[in-house]
Structure formats: C-alpha cells, structure tokens
Ligand binder design. Structure first.
Ligand SMILES: Nc1nc2c(c(=O)[nH]1)N[C@H]1C(S)=C(S)[C@@H](COP(=O)(O)OP(=O)(O)OC[C@H]3O[C@@H](n4cnc5c(=O)[nH]c(N)nc54)[C@H](O)[C@@H]3O)O[C@H]1N2
Ligand SMILES: Nc1nc2c(c(=O)[nH]1)N[C@H]1C(S)=C(S)[C@@H](COP(=O)(O)OP(=O)(O)OC[C@H]3O[C@@H](n4cnc5c(=O)[nH]c(N)nc54)[C@H](O)[C@@H]3O)O[C@H]1N2
Ligand code: SF4
Ligand SMILES: [Mo]
Length: 748
C-alpha cells in the first residue's frame, strides 16, 4: 500500500476556523483554513492565531502534523481485531458493536477467573491533552476496580505532584514561573526551547525569554548539555547528571550560611525552617562542587542572585524529575522559592487561577502516597497509581494477583517506559489486551482489539488541566475543525459505551448493596449522556462564586463560544497564601519522606570529594535524554514532514570520550546497559559534558506488526530498550532516566 493521503483534492468554499493545537502543553491558538462542505471538508492551511491571548500567534512545525494525522492512511478509523492464522497475526476490521462485545467479554472473563487485580490500565500522555479522556475516562476505568493502574505520570512529573501534595496539600497546586514578569530565572533539567515548556504552559517561549532579557532580567541554565535553551541564556553551567539534589541543597545551605532567608508574605504559614537549616548543614557548596561540577563561588553567587531578585524563580523539569533523587530535587526547588520569598509573589512562582478549577470543584483529589504497594517489588502508589517501572514484572511474575489483561489508552509504553523489551515480552504473554488508540504502534500491536477514537481536529476541545499551569490566565473553548468521518467515535463516547456494557456484564460481580449498585448505574447512565461540552457548561456555572470572590468575571459557555480565540483573564496573581489560610493549612517545610532520605544524600554527596575521571577513561558513561522540536514523544514520526532531513536518533558524545574509545563521528555504535543494547549513529559535539551521552526517546519503530509506514522507514532505536526498570527515584519510584550507566563501543 502506498502512503498517500486518503482525501481527494480540495474543492468548494473556503472556511476560516479557530482552534488550538493540543499536541504539547503550550496549547497554541491556531487558525485553520478548511475547504469544502459536509464530509468532504479538508484542512488546507494552519497558522498561528495572533488574537490568542496566550500564544499570540505562535506555532511550531508540529502543528502541521494535525493535518497529517487527520489524513494519515495508517490511522485507524474502524475497530480492528487480531486473529491468528497459521501462527501468523492478521488484523481484521470489525464493527463497533462486535468490538465492544469482544472487549467487555475478554475483560470480564479474566476478572471472573483471576479477580479484578488481574486487569491493569495504562493511560498515556494524551489522556490529559484530550479533554474527553479527562471528563469520561474514569467512568470505565473506575469500574474495573483494580489497583493495577499506571500512567505516563511515573515516567515524568510524579515528583512534582508528590511534593505539592506534601507542601501545599494538593497534587495539582503546582506553582509556575511568572515568566512574563520575572527578573531572574534559574532553569534546571528543562529545555523549553525544544519542548515548548512543561508544567509551565508558555507558548512562544523564545519571545518570553527575549522580553526577560529586554527588561534587564537574567536566565541561567543548569544542564549536562548545552541545550537550545542554554544557547540563549545569560549563563549555562554543565552539571554532572543526577547530582542536582546536592547542588540545590548547597543553594539552600548558602541562604542560611549567608543569612539570606527571607520568606516574605508566606512567613506566618511556615513550619520547620530550623529543621531545614540543620538538614542542609552538611551540603557546603565547597563540599558538593566535586560531585556536581559547579564551583562553590558560582553556587554561592547564584543563591544570592535568587535571594536578591525583585521577582525571581527556580524552575526544574524532566531532567531533575526523572532521576534517582527526583523528589528531593523538586522539594528543594520549592524550598528555595519559599525561603527567598519568591513563592506566591509577582515575578516569582505563582498558582494560575483557571476559570474552571479542578481543585476548587473537587474534581481532582489532593493525592495520597503509599496507601498500598505493588505486589512484586513493593513500590508505593501515588494518587491511586503504581509506578509504571513495575508494570512488566507484575505481568511476568506468577502468583496470586498476577496481571493477565491490560487496557491502554493514549499510550505507547513499549517505547516510553523503562526496559521496553521486557514489557514487549510481557504484553505478548497476556490473556487479553485492548487499546484505545488510532495507531497500531509498538504497544497496541499486542492488543486483541483496538478501538480507534477520532483525532484532534475532529472533536471540540477545552483545556481542563493545562490552564492550571499556564503563565497567563485565559479561558478557551474550540469547536471541532472538521466533522468526524461517518461511523467514528470520540474517546469520551468509547469510554461511555464501555462503561455501560461492562456494568451490565459484570453486574453479578459487583459488591455493595443493590441500592448502591443501582446508584452507580444511574450515575454512569447520566454521565454518558453528558458530553464534555455540557460538563464544561455546568463546571463554569459552579465556578461562578469562586470567580467573583477572586474578582474575575463569572464566565458562561456562551462567552467562550463568542470568543473562539480565547478570553484574556489577566496575569497571574498571588493566591496560594490566601488559599492555604482559607483551608487552615500550614506549610511543613521538611516532610518525613525528605527527612528520612537526606542521610543517604549526605553519604553520597557530602563526604569525601569524588576522584576526577582520567581524560582517557573508557568506563561507563552517563546516559541522558533529549527532545527535538519536531518530535512528540513516540507518536508523530508517521508525519513525513516531521521526520525528513538527517536522522535525529543519534548518540551525542563529547570528542574526548570518543577519542578515548577510538570512535569517529558518524559511525554506528553499540550502546549497552544492564537491560539491553541498541545500535545508533554517533554524533560528536562539545555541547555535552564529558562523561555524558545523550539519546532522544520515542524511536525504535522497526518492530514487526506495526502499521506506521513513514515511521518504519525512519525507525531509529528505542532509548528505553536501554533504560533500566530498576533505576527509579528512591522515594516515589518514578523512572530515573538520567545518569543511567551505559558502555559505548563500535557496532559489530
Ligand atoms: N527515556 C525516556 N523515556 C521517556 C521520556 C524521556 O524523556 N526519556 N519522556 C516521558 C514522558 S515525559 C512522557 S509524557 C511519556 C509519554 O509516553 P506515552 O504516553 O506512553 O506515549 P506517547 O508517545 O505520548 O504515545 C501517545 C499515544 O497516544 C495516541 N493518541 C494520541 N492522541 C490520542 C487521543 O486523542 N486519543 C487516544 N485514545 N489516543 C491518542 C497516539 O497514537 C500514541 O499511540 O514518555 C516518557 N518516556
Ligand atoms: N518537541 C517536543 N516537545 C515536547 C515533547 C517532545 O517529545 N517533543 N514532550 C512533551 C512532554 S510529554 C514533556 S513532559 C515535556 C518535557 O519538557 P522538558 O523537561 O523541558 O524537556 P526535556 O527536553 O526532556 O528537558 C530535559 C532537560 O534535562 C536535561 N537533563 C538530563 N539529565 C539531567 C540532570 O541530571 N540534571 C540536569 N540539570 N539536567 C538534566 C536534558 O539535557 C534536557 O535538556 O516536553 C513536552 N514537549
Ligand atoms: S508549541 Fe507546537 S506542538 Fe506545542 S501546542 Fe504549539 S503548535 Fe502545538
Ligand atoms: Mo511528559
């Protein structure tokens, strides 16, 4: 089959429609040119919407992939089931009715035979980007009554949630940099120039950084690689991967040592300041310098600059979240912002106040930690989910509670979670698997049934989560850009229908009184008739009181409909102190989990200085990740325009390390870790710290049974065939991707 768009050449009238791009957290406002009428409508142009109060016309190359995705012949538009003929897997298109029956029967049977804990759920990243999953995902998943729940959170931002839960009483109280007004921004382990910002919805980050420079502000980047963000920063310091916790503790140490602790307006709410002072006492910048690679004078100066800034902020993302000390890093970042008075202050770190607030409406719980543990390894749950690093072993380890069935939605854990090969093997051995996804990718190829939802431009959208993380308050609702193909279903409709049929099928398995069960049925029956849009309208109504209290207009759905480009709700305002006071909550600065962990960090980083490795050493190198503007995790490589040009799945290495191993630029190298090995081309650059190598994730599309023709022709290799499922954050068991030890040699 040739890879040609499935749509005829456009004819008919031209329409202009406003929408958003929800591929990444920036959620840029877009203007679509659509040609034709009825079912024949086709997108002929996509541009940034200058009227959008948040993105102000910004667009990146990925936005055009919304059209490619819409037209992609590889994208599934009807359910498929996997059948085995003469030992070979074949895929058959089936109707929705048959597909739902197969799924419900397959899952119910595993539950009847092995109990509800034998069914696992994995929800990937677009579960948050596509609002139908946010509003309706819980209907069906909740009914499965399983503690075997996993998501992309535990290969990503789990430490942020845990720290916010501990310090501010809610997992979603995630302060974001007030980037448009700050005068000093210290960035660790984030590369917003490539990622467009994360836990910081800040479209057009380049313009925002330029404005920071123009008002005399300063940008400082701490990263083992001289990234695209480091390249435009005022200062960049290479750091040894995985040592950030020690460096951050030294910054806190300096604040106490030089008497610069000044928490400002939050001071009356703080407890345990002295305990923090004692805890960081061993971390003198002079002691940690040999571990981090950042000299003591620089560390002390940056602590001072933060303390003195009239609006300054420390911000850390993936690089400091997905490492062995991820929770300590995120805790230390919050403590730095608090002790310098930069939290809840203009130009510092602030909590956005979205029109529809999931915390205020109690639509998202505050989180809980360690309420139960995984069966095999004893890893702690957070907020009802287990860390995905344990998912494969829960499938592969026999015994009571072994996982035998899986539902995935919006995810590709074979490429995106540690030790992907092991998970590949585990999925192949499941009794039953179903995937809600429009691609047959490296993960969903293991499914018995795939239920494909409509794609982004075919459904309406309002951001329910990322506006809690936006650097400027806005409200937006975007209708669908083009009508869905006849006979297709949205994610929320798939979830509703699964919930309805599964409830009927498993009625006899449910516990609780008949009345309770009837009430459950009625709630689900009601919910499945309410579209996300109706729920948005209700949510806005319920938010009216809170809006007036905060001095904001009480918005209705019709206001949003009248302004498809978005409504400007103004800059961020201090609100955390007031919120905590209203909830009668104080901030305990040294949670028990941190207090118990610090002695380990003392042993690692505050003891004897580390010996400098010899320049010609050929021992293990520390592997870190890398993002590129034209990739989006594992799943946009089927857009020809996004994979054109030179191969990007290359290993970056410092020339010194290459010379020590007699390796040349461009040659194929074998990279090996405890769990596996891959072969990739070598790219030499001085922009990486000696001793460190870097690879992007989300490649490795050469597995059999995948239906992604363009991606297969640009397969690359998967970083997560190397990452070790046993290297995790010591507190939360979030994946510790950074600083994984690997050896590199010529490919044979
Ligand atoms: N080594 C390493 N690994 C990493 C990372 C790293 O930096 N290094 N980053 C991690 C991070 S931050 C993340 S978030 C994860 C992402 O990991 P995952 O969420 O597991 O994977 P994605 O690559 O985002 O795949 C998304 C899938 O959702 C499907 N999809 C897209 N839109 C929709 C939709 O609207 N509905 C449905 N039903 N499906 C949809 C796509 O077809 C695709 O199959 O990867 C993580 N893995
Ligand atoms: N183009 C593009 N945009 C994306 C995505 C994508 O795949 N492509 N993914 C989206 C998703 S799901 C997310 S979560 C965000 C992530 O957004 P970011 O966190 O901004 O993205 P990364 O590029 O992974 O940045 C991590 C940085 O940490 C550095 N690093 C690695 N290890 C260490 C360490 O030990 N210490 C320090 N200090 N730094 C370290 C890396 O060199 C890298 O520069 O991006 C989102 N946006
Ligand atoms: S930065 Fe690019 S991918 Fe992200 S929302 Fe904007 S246009 Fe989409
Ligand atoms: Mo992510």
């Amino acid at each position: 089959m040739s890879h040609t768009p499935s749509v005829a050449a456009p004819t008919g009238p031209l329409h202009t429609r406003h929408g958003v791009c929800n591929l990444c957290e920036a959620i840029c406002g877009l203007t679509f040119q659509v040609q034709g009428d009825g079912a024949q409508q086709r997108i002929v142009g996509i541009s940034g919407n200058k009227a959008d109060p948040l993105s102000r016309g910004h667009i990146c190359p990925k936005a055009l992939a919304l059209k490619d995705l819409h037209e992609d012949p590889d994208r599934l538009r009807q359910p498929v089931k996997r059948v085995t003929v003469d030992g070979e897997h074949r895929w058959q298109t089936i109707g929705w009715d048959e597909a739902f029956d197969l799924v419900v029967e397959g899952l119910a049977r595993v539950r009847e035979q092995h109990g509800s804990q034998a069914v696992a759920v994995y929800q990937g990243n677009p579960s948050i980007h596509n609002w139908g999953n946010v509003t309706h995902g819980h209907l069906f998943f909740g009914q499965l009554k399983t503690r075997q729940r996993y998501s992309a959170t535990s290969v990503d931002q789990l430490p942020h949630h845990l720290v916010s839960h501990w310090l501010y009483g809610h997992q979603l109280r995630l302060p974001v940099p007030d980037i448009d007004r700050t005068r000093f921004m210290l960035v660790l382990g984030a590369n917003p120039m490539a990622s467009n910002g994360s836990l910081m919805t800040a479209p057009d980050i380049r313009a925002r950084f330029k404005a920071l420079a123009a008002r005399g502000g300063k940008l400082v980047v701490i990263d083992p690689r001289k990234t695209e963000t480091a390249a435009i920063a005022d200062e960049h310091h290479f750091i040894d991967p995985g040592s950030d916790a020690a460096w951050l503790l030294s910054l806190i140490h300096t604040l106490f040592d030089e008497e610069r602790v000044n928490p400002g307006a939050l001071a009356p709410l703080l407890d345990q300041i002295k305990a923090v002072r004692d805890a960081v006492a061993p971390f003198r910048p002079e002691t940690t310098a040999t571990h981090t690679g950042i000299d003591a004078a620089t560390t002390r100066r940056l602590a001072r600059e933060l303390a003195e800034a009239e609006g300054g902020v420390v911000y850390g993302r993936m690089g400091v979240s997905t490492q062995a000390h991820g929770v300590v890093c995120q805790w230390a970042i919050q403590v730095l912002n608090i002790l310098t008075g930069q939290l809840d202050r203009e130009g510092g770190a602030l909590l956005p106040t979205p029109a529809l607030n999931l915390i205020g409406l109690q639509l998202m719980g505050p989180g809980h930690f360690g309420a139960w543990r995984s069966r095999v390894r004893g890893a702690p749950e957070f907020g009802g989910e287990l860390p995905v690093s344990v998912m494969a072993e829960e499938m592969l380890t026999p015994g009571r509670g072994q996982v035998r069935a899986l539902v995935t939605s919006c995810g590709n854990p074979v490429l995106s979670t540690p030790n992907g090969r092991q998970l590949d093997q585990a999925l192949a051995g499941l009794d039953f698997m179903v995937a809600i996804d429009f691609y047959r990718n490296e993960t969903t190829r293991h499914a018995h049934v795939i239920l494909p939802p409509t794609c982004f431009v075919e459904h309406d959208h309002a951001d329910l989560v990322f506006l809690h993380l936006a650097v400027h308050n806005v409200a937006r609702y975007s209708p669908a850009i083009v009508p869905p193909a006849p006979g297709t279903m949205h994610d929320w409709e798939i979830h509703s229908e699964l919930a309805r049929r599964y409830a009927r099928r498993t009625w006899a398995l449910e516990r609780g009184s008949v009345l309770q069960r009837l009430r459950g049925l009625a709630t689900r029956g009601l919910m499945r008739r309410l579209s996300p849009r109706t729920l948005l309208a209700v949510g806005l109504k319920l938010s009216a009181k809170a809006a007036r209290r905060q001095g904001r207009p009480a918005l209705r759905l019709r206001d949003l409909l009248a302004h498809p480009e978005g409504i400007d709700l103004g800059p961020l305002q201090p609100s955390l102190g007031e919120t905590l006071q209203r909830a009668r909550r104080r901030i305990g600065l040294l949670p028990l989990g941190i207090r118990q962990e610090l002695p380990h960090l003392v042993a690692l980083f505050a003891g004897a200085p580390m010996a400098e490795p010899a320049p010609d050493a050929t021992g293990p190198l520390k592997l870190i990740g890398r993002r590129d503007v034209r990739s989006n995790n594992s799943w946009l490589h089927n857009s020809a325009r996004l994979v054109s040009g030179k191969p990007r799945c290359t290993l970056w290495m410092h020339p010194r390390d290459a010379a020590a191993r007699a390796l040349q630029h461009g040659q194929a190298v074998r990279v090996a870790s405890r769990v596996g090995d891959i072969t990739v081309p070598l790219h030499l650059t001085e922009d990486i710290r000696p001793g460190v190598v870097s690879l992007p994730h989300g490649w490795g599309h050469d597995r059999p049974g995948v239906q992604l023709q363009v991606a297969q022709a640009h397969a690359g290799a998967s970083l997560n065939d190397l990452s070790d499922d046993h290297l995790t954050d010591r507190i939360s068991a979030n994946a510790a991707f950074s600083a994984q030890p690997v050896t590199v040699g010529p490919a044979t």
